[in-house]
Design a protein around this ligand. Structure first.
Ligand SMILES: [Zn+2]
Length: 266
């Protein structure tokens, strides 16, 4: 099993080579990252994205799902994602959350947040394949889904037991030697369960949505740190983007069910 962790503007596009062909995990932020993918594939594989047989989206944030519509339109690549993906930006709250997330991402990308940016990022993806937890992927039967919610309601990773490999969504990041959690962690209890689930699989190669590829030992150490950090109050530097992530109807649905208490930081 060969992998390529391709660095996009903000996140990685992970290309997996197997006997069945090419599988892509995440599509970057938009047109710029698709150009990076095209260039990488031409230079390293003498192929084009038309050779990709399936795209799996980890979650609906702009830096991971931004290029999905382009890839499907330009190269007819089918898109797979968790079955709740399109609930994230549904309804009035979803429209507002989509605007806010797009502007936040554009501001991180260095664009003027008051101008319409280059993010080609539709509010709904309408996946061709709607995935559940622990399900074999279409075409790529060695890969199965792992539901890893916490950052959002629908984060999904990919697990290949034979290769000891996991592609995982936004769960923890090493920024200049410090382990940080993604912003936001809207579902704290779910994130704790997801981190433990990731740890228990004991993969040897961990392919992240952000940052360098990790070996199993380093990833285990980072996960244990993340499990401790998550118990701490929210850092002041991320409080505003955290609070601006509360419009999605998925959050309020969980609250209404009573399974989730309001965050102690509000
Ligand atoms: Zn995210």
């Amino acid at each position: 099993m060969k992998y390529h962790s391709i660095k996009g503007c903000l996140s990685n596009l992970t290309l997996l080579e197997s006997a069945e062909g090419l599988l892509l995990y995440d599509s970057g932020s938009g047109a710029g990252d698709i150009a990076r993918l095209e260039k990488y594939m031409q230079e390293h594989l003498q192929k084009t994205p038309a050779d990709i047989k399936l795209l799996v989206i980890s979650h609906m944030h702009p830096d991971h799902a931004g290029g999905a519509a382009i890839l499907r339109e330009r190269y007819a690549i089918p898109v797979a994602a968790h079955e709740r993906l399109d609930k994230w930006y549904a309804g009035l709250g979803g429209i507002l959350q989509h605007r806010v997330d797009t502007y936040l991402t554009e501001s991180i990308m260095g664009k003027n947040i008051f101008k319409k940016g280059e993010l080609s990022y539709p509010r709904m993806i309408h996946p061709d394949h709607r995935l559940k937890d622990w399900e074999r992927l279409p075409i790529f039967k060695e890969w199965q889904t792992i539901f890893l919610p916490g950052h959002t309601s629908h984060d999904i990773g990919l697990y290949n037991e034979k290769a000891g490999m996991i592609c995982y969504p936004d769960m923890f990041m090493n920024i200049n030697g410090t382990i940080v959690l993604p912003v936001p962690v809207l579902f704290k209890e779910k994130m704790l369960e997801s981190l433990q689930r990731l740890l228990d699989l004991e993969a040897q190669i961990m392919l992240p949505g952000h940052g360098p590829v990790l070996d199993g030992a380093a990833a285990a150490e980072y996960i244990k740190k993340a499990q401790k950090i998550i118990e701490r109050p929210i850092n002041n530097s991320v409080r505003i983007p955290f609070l601006l992530s509360h419009f999605t109807p998925e959050l309020w649905k969980e609250r209404r069910k009573g399974v989730m208490s309001p965050p102690d930081t509000l």
